[in-house]
Design a protein around this ligand. Structure first.
Ligand SMILES: C[S@@+](CC[C@H](N)C(=O)[O-])C[C@H]1O[C@@H](n2cnc3c(N)ncnc32)[C@H](O)[C@@H]1O
Ligand code: SF4
Length: 471
């Protein structure tokens, strides 16, 4: 972003829109618009149609367990204390479920090449190294994972041992994403996640030594007690460890859904313009440190695949945030996991026991959606807008055989007020976000093109990483 300081007129426009609970479009249509009557039979039909096309695949495995609760957390997870685990380790029945699910997928997808694998959670390194080996054996038995696949795992540095990392590296994992959130003691205390800098520093050093090619840090702004000074400290620590990618998420606070967030006192959360200023500070500091600003909330070193994809116009937005731009079908395994096919979305039931039960006879599908022709057009448009800040009309017209100005006449009309507010320019062949307001408020522009709003607008103010898991 070229400019990271806003004048007072720009701040006034920002304030008008900033607190709207709008989706971040990690999928289009967004998950709350999916249908509860989409079932396992529908998914089988869509999967077999997709399998015939032999599209390359991305596997997502959701490992829902964590040792303790972080009070901000919006992920689908199950807290299993070490004592509870000693009595009954849920990792074992989970792995049996994954085996059953992988077998079901294997029936359809034997000929498809897997180009990406992502273990998410919860905390994948809740599984012991021998359990991770078993998980990998299951995946490689039922799927054709390419030797040069991108293989990534989310790790919680507090519970990740050197043995975990050695095992993952030996299995072929090459990318790590670490939950960091904030480096300062007061914030860590408030969110029940004590994670000293030295712990992260040690895990980063091991990862580099073992040859992981890319390390991502997840940070959150909007947490209790964050100030510009505390954020400056977190950013200093982050930059000192030089991760290859950074995700800088705005805290999603929805205590009606995530009831443990009720421990936060509203007065302790950054208010007024502070969240904006925390974001601007981070954008400025990361850019000064040589990172490129990617999409809504990601940063990457210029040598990173994500930055290459941005320059090559092949960025993709999905449930894992921004990814490199291969057109892959996503196959989701585990409770709450989402599959994203060329023609449909399907999500598994969220509760682990229900997921295991559901898998006894079929897929454990809870909801989903078959895409209409209109959904596909808008989905492509969202990809362009979030990934590249521009919608190229001729690209959409050629791909879908429509007249853009005619098809989107209403939307173009609604965008006119954003032209006056300097969020977008309307050009003969393009709609372009204006730096900095358009980039910061991309969700507001995207909302104009979302045919499912406003019915679902107020249930989805979640960060990209999360909306997959909680809808
Ligand atoms: C599954 S967690 C990451 C792995 C691991 N469980 C950990 O926390 O270290 C995925 C990421 O979601 C983000 N996240 C969780 N709850 C959030 C919330 N309420 N708002 C914004 N981001 C959130 C955090 O940055 C977190 O690192
Ligand atoms: S942030 Fe990560 S470790 Fe904390 S509760 Fe959520 S999923 Fe678990």
């Amino acid at each position: 972003m070229n400019r990271t300081r806003l004048n007072s007129a720009e701040r006034a426009v920002y304030r008008r829109y900033a607190n709207l609970a709008l989706p971040r479009h990690t999928s289009y249509p967004i998950a709350p618009a999916w249908r509860e009557d989409y079932n396992a039979d529908d998914f089988r039909t869509d999967l077999s149609e997709s399998a015939q096309r032999r599209r390359p695949l991305s596997l997502y495995v959701h490992i829902p367990f964590c040792e303790r609760l972080c009070y901000y957390c919006a992920c689908t997870k199950e807290i299993v204390s070490p004592a509870k685990r000693r009595a009954n380790d849920p990792g074992e029945s989970f792995l049996e479920g994954i085996e059953r699910e992988a077998e079901r997928f294997g029936e359809f997808l034997t000929g498809s090449r897997v180009e990406q694998v992502h273990l998410g959670g919860g905390s994948p390194t809740f599984l012991r190294p021998d359990q991770l080996q078993r998980l990998w054996r299951v995946l490689t038995t039922h799927f054709a994972i390419a030797p040069d696949a991108e293989v990534a795992v989310e790790i919680d540095p507090r519970i990740t041992t050197r043995e975990h990392l050695t095992t993952l590296r030996e299995l072929g994992f090459n990318r790590l994403s670490m939950g960091i959130q904030d480096f300062t003691a007061k914030v860590q205390q408030a969110v029940n996640r004590i994670q000293p800098f030295e712990v992260v520093e040690r895990v980063v050093a091991w990862s580099r030594e073992l040859g992981f090619s890319s390390i991502n840090f997840d940070l959150i702004y909007g947490l209790p007690f964050q100030t510009l000074e505390s954020m400056a400290e977190t950013l200093d620590y982050t930059i000192a460890l030089s991760p290859d990618r950074i995700a800088f998420y705005r805290l999603a606070v929805i205590p009606e859904i995530f009831r443990w967030q009720n421990v936060f006192h509203p007065d302790d959360l950054p208010g007024g313009d502070l969240p904006l200023d925390l974001n601007l500070l981070a954008i400025r500091r990361f850019q000064e440190a040589g990172y490129e600003f990617i999409g809504l909330d990601h940063f990457a070193k210029p040598t990173e695949a994500l930055a290459h994809a941005r320059r090559g116009h092949t960025l993709h937005r999905n449930f894992q945030g921004m990814t490199t731009g291969k057109e892959l079908d996503i196959i989701g395994l585990g409770p709450s996991a989402i599959s994203q096919l060329n023609s449909a979305f399907a999500q598994n039931v969220k509760n682990t026991t229900d997921w295991l039960k559901g898998l006894e006879n079929a897929f454990a599908t809870e909801r989903g959606l078959r895409l209409s022709p209109d959904d596909r057009i808008r989905r492509e448009l969202m990809q362009q807008l979030y990934g590249h800040g521009i919608i190229r009309k001729t690209h959409i017209e050629r791909r879908f055989g429509i007249d853009f100005d005619d098809y989107f006449a209403d939307e173009l009309e609604r965008l006119r007020s954003f032209v006056r507010e300097r969020l977008v320019t309307l050009e003969s062949d393009a709609i372009r976000l204006i730096d900095p307001l358009g980039r910061l408020l991309v969700r507001v522009v995207a909302a104009v093109f979302d045919a499912y709003l406003p019915a679902t607008a107020f249930r989805t103010g979640l960060s990209p990483h999360l909306s997959s898991k909680v809808g």
